[in-house]
Design a protein around this ligand. Sequence first.
Ligand SMILES: Cc1cc2nc3c(=O)[nH]c(=O)nc-3n(C[C@H](O)[C@H](O)[C@H](O)COP(=O)(O)O)c2cc1C
Length: 216
Amino acid sequence: MKPISTPDLLDALTWRYATKKFDATKTIAPEVWSALEDALVLTPSSYGLQPWKFLIVTSAELKEKLKPLSWNQAQVTDCSHYVVFTIKKNLTAADVDRFVARTAEVRGMPIESIAGYRNMMVSDVVNGARSFNVNEWATRQAYIALGNFMTSAALLGVDTCPMEGIEPVNYDKVLNLPEKGYATVVACAAGYRAEDDKYAELAKVRFVKSEMIEVL
Ligand SMILES: Cc1cc2nc3c(=O)[nH]c(=O)nc-3n(C[C@H](O)[C@H](O)[C@H](O)COP(=O)(O)O)c2cc1C
C-alpha cells in the first residue's frame, strides 16, 4: 500500500461537502462504482459480524417513490447511485454461525477451531448484555459504513450527501424489508455536484481543533 500524502487527504476531505444539488446528467462510471461497493464491503464492524445490507438504488422509478419519503430532497432523484444502509434486525445465533462459516471458508480452517469465538459472540450479541439493544448496536456499525463510503467517494472525486432526513419505516415498506428481517437506518446519495450548487462554496463550520481534540 502506498500512502497518499497528507495534503492529498486533507484536499479530499475539504473538497467533500454534503451535496445539495447533484448534476442529474452525470453517472458514476462502472469501475468507480465497483470500487465504492468494495469500500462498503471492506468496512470494519464489531467482531467482524457485518450486521447489514447495502441497497443500491439506480432505478428512476424507485428513486421517485423514495423522494417523498425523504422530505422531498432532490438528492434522491438527481444523484447517480442512492445507497440505503440497512441493518439485520435482532441478530440470532444463525447470523453468527453464518459469519463463523464464512471465516472458516475464507481462512481455510475448521469451524470447530473457532467455536470459542463463536460462543463468545453469541453470549454477548445474542444472549448477553448487547442483545438488549442489538439493533442500536447494528445501527452504529452501519454508520461506520456510511463514513467509510463518504470518505472513499471523496478520495475518488465522487460527491455524496448523507441522508437522515428520511422516513425509515416507510422506506422499509417500499423496499419490502420487514419480511426479510432488515430495517433502514440511513441513506447516502452519490454522484457529481451541479456546477451551480452554492453549498459547495460555503466555508466548513467546525469547532476549533483545540476545543474538539484534547491531548492527555
Ligand atoms: C448522518 C447524517 C445525516 C444527514 N442528513 C442530511 C439530510 O438528510 N439532508 C441534507 O441535505 N444533509 C444531511 N446531512 C448533512 C449535514 O448537514 C452536513 O454533513 C453537515 O452540516 C456538515 O457539512 P459538510 O458535510 O458539508 O461538511 C447529514 C449528515 C450526516 C452526517
